[in-house]
Design a protein around this ligand. Structure first.
Ligand SMILES: N[C@@H](CCC[C@H](N)C(=O)O)C(=O)O
Length: 370
């Protein structure tokens, strides 16, 4: 696998949308190894980049592109790599949780295998991402289906930051005729994102699952089958944990006994894998370590199943607020600070659904040979 092109590290989605991409003969690209000095020079308007992604058959012929590199990038090899077997993608990030988004709207079969996803996600030898997300046709009456591979190639049921990126990706790919909300089928069931006037995405994440066997966890449950404030031994230390599924499994800890966590002091790379692979979690687990600032302001760090330490986890932030409420530590509306920035989370009493609001942005458009 080799990266054939990386386009536009600093251009925003709206600028990209308005960029005129022309017929092959008039497409001219000035490529620099430094993203900040990248420039795209185009002539008359015919196709937009999103329209190229929408209609693979109308993709430009790369052999007609003129490439100029400031450093000694071989023009021939750069173009040769783009002749066949290319995957066109858009890289998105939600609070630094980053994804390679694939237009898979013409098939229910992912265009990338789990093994290829591992290579694509590699930050040294690939594009670099926490996961690969596929936008697929809807099923069970939904508008779309979202599937995701973690950076280790495993397939989780859901991804909160990913579904916000998915919403922006879909609105770029498809003319939604002013509609800002649609339904998405996921492994966690029906998810409903809504793009807000300020560009952030609010997502109805559905109901949290609290029944131990459904999360799943083997921690002996309370009488109501939930696992709230249970003690488990991880790495020789007795941690207090509450377990929540947001479609995918989460183990939330506010610390050890009455000691409040200072999350910046944690050695996540040491303790995270011990939770993830603990025998009490038969499907492995995502783990959130939480510090409470006030009843409406929490701070968390996450060790994700199949992806390790990430800058943010949307389902994790939802699980954290559910756990904080169950443990009597917070109100139903909270700001959750993550290493990549804050998310607004609400666990609504009337419908028992969790709502997540946060950003999702384009990082760059690119093509890669699989
Ligand atoms: N980062 C995601 C969660 C992605 C899936 C997770 N690693 C799992 O295996 O469950 C989020 O924002 O929710």
């Amino acid at each position: 696998m080799s990266i054939a092109a990386i386009v536009s590290a600093s251009l925003t989605s709206s600028i990209i949308r308005s960029l005129p991409v022309t017929s092959p003969s008039s497409f001219h690209l000035t490529y620099s190894l430094k993203p900040s000095s990248f420039a795209l020079q185009l002539n008359t308007a015919k196709l937009t980049i999103p329209s190229l992604l929408r209609n693979p058959s109308s993709r430009f012929s790369v052999s007609a592109m003129s490439v100029t590199a400031q450093e000694n990038l071989s023009q021939t090899s750069f173009l040769d790599q783009r002749e066949s077997g290319l995957l066109h993608f858009v890289k998105y990030q939600g609070l630094g949780n980053d994804f390679i988004m694939v237009n898979n709207l013409d098939s229910m079969e992912p265009k990338v295998t789990p093994e290829q996803a591992v290579k694509l996600c590699d930050r040294n030898f690939g594009v670099g991402a926490d996961g690969v997300i596929f936008a697929m046709p809807g099923c069970n009456g939904t508008d779309y289906t979202m599937r995701i591979f973690n950076s280790d190639g495993s397939e989780p049921e859901m991804c909160g930051n990913g579904v916000r990126c998915f919403a922006k990706f879909i609105s770029d790919l498809n003319n939604l005729n002013g509609r800002q909300s649609f339904t998405v089928h996921t492994g966690a069931g029906l998810i409903v994102p809504e793009i807000q006037p300020d560009g952030k995405v609010k997502v109805d994440m559905g109901k949290p699952v609290l029944k131990a066997s459904d999360i799943p966890t083997k921690i002996p449950p309370n009488k109501d089958q939930s696992v709230v404030k249970a003690k488990i031994d991880v790495g020789g230390v007795k941690w207090d944990v509450t377990c929540v599924s947001m479609g995918n499994p989460h183990c939330v800890t506010f610390g050890i006994g009455n000691q409040n966590l200072v999350v910046d002091e944690l050695n996540l790379a040491d303790i995270g894998p011990k939770f993830e692979h603990h025998t009490l979690f038969p499907a492995r687990t995502n783990t959130e370590f939480v510090q409470v600032f006030s009843r409406s302001h929490l701070k968390m760090r996450v060790w994700e199943r199949g992806a390790g330490a990430t800058l943010a986890c949307g389902t994790g932030a939802c699980a954290v607020v559910v756990a904080a409420i169950l443990e009597g530590r917070s109100e139903r509306n909270c700001t959750v600070d993550l290493p990549g920035g804050p998310l607004e989370i609400e666990w609504r009493e009337d419908d028992n659904h969790v709502y997540m609001t946060g950003p999702a942005e384009v990082v760059f458009y690119g093509s890669v040979q699989l």
